[in-house]
Design a protein around this ligand. Structure first.
Ligand code: ITT
Length: 203
């Protein structure tokens, strides 16, 4: 299955290729993509996929992905603004530094957090599928490890004592929010009925 991924994030591409074996995933050039103005991860993932549909080869499937981190003590921030928490175009390191700074006086309950991943798949006929995965955890006081990307050096999953940065890519492949969303997507795709044609159809 040929799939165009609407993302400029190399970490997502690497992980999704590993999570969806048999899918031939290539990144689509995202130059000119509209701003992510959605209030939910699902809205943004769908916007990316529908925009990609207008650019990708007609026979390719299109995958949009929107993800981020919700921290209880920050009222759900950075949320859909996770990629630009420290400002437009901010690096992963700058976003992580701002997060740790903003939580410097916050004790355990407020450090509880979750990663969310929403995947939006649009077929050659315009049919759509949405899949969500989450991962609960807490934000550590200091970053540790170099695995993964983004906020991983500071995110300790529930039931673990180390950060995702230390646990690494193999751990993420089995248990991350993206791994969970990818599983939901594969199951939903396998269970999808004969697909109705038309741009607004939802399987
Ligand atoms: P695209 O929109 O081009 O896909 P992006 O990096 O801007 O790339 P998002 O808007 O979905 O993607 O923002 C997601 C941000 O959330 C990402 O930059 C990380 O900071 C964070 N994030 C998402 N998944 C993560 C993960 O598995 N590990 C660590 N941080 C993650």
């Amino acid at each position: 299955m040929r799939v165009a991924l609407v993302s400029g994030n190399p970490g997502k591409l690497r992980e999704l290729r590993a999570l969806l074996p048999g899918w031939e995933i290539d990144p689509l050039d995202t130059a000119g993509i509209p701003e992510e103005t959605g209030e939910t991860f699902a809205e943004n993932a769908r916007m990316k996929a529908l925009w990609g549909r207008t650019r990708a080869p007609a026979d390719a499937w299109v995958l949009g992905e929107d993800s981020g981190l919700e921290v209880d003590g920050l009222a759900g921030a950075p949320g859909v603004r996770s990629a630009r928490y420290a400002g437009e175009g901010a690096s992963d390191e700058a976003n992580l530094a701002r997060l740790l700074h903003d939580l410097r006086d916050t004790a355990e309950p407020g450090r509880r957090a979750r990663y969310v991943c929403e995947l939006a798949l649009v077929g050659p006929d315009g049919g759509e599928l949405l899949a969500r995965g989450t991962l609960e955890g807490t934000i550590a006081r200091e970053p540790r490890g170099t695995g993964g990307f983004g906020y991983d050096p500071a995110f300790v999953p529930e039931g673990e004592t180390e950060t995702v940065g230390v646990l690494g890519d193999a751990w993420k492949a089995g248990s991350s929010h993206r791994a969970r969303a990818a599983r939901v997507l594969r199951v939903a795709l396998g269970a999808a009925p004969a697909r109705p044609a038309g741009p607004s159809s939802v399987w």
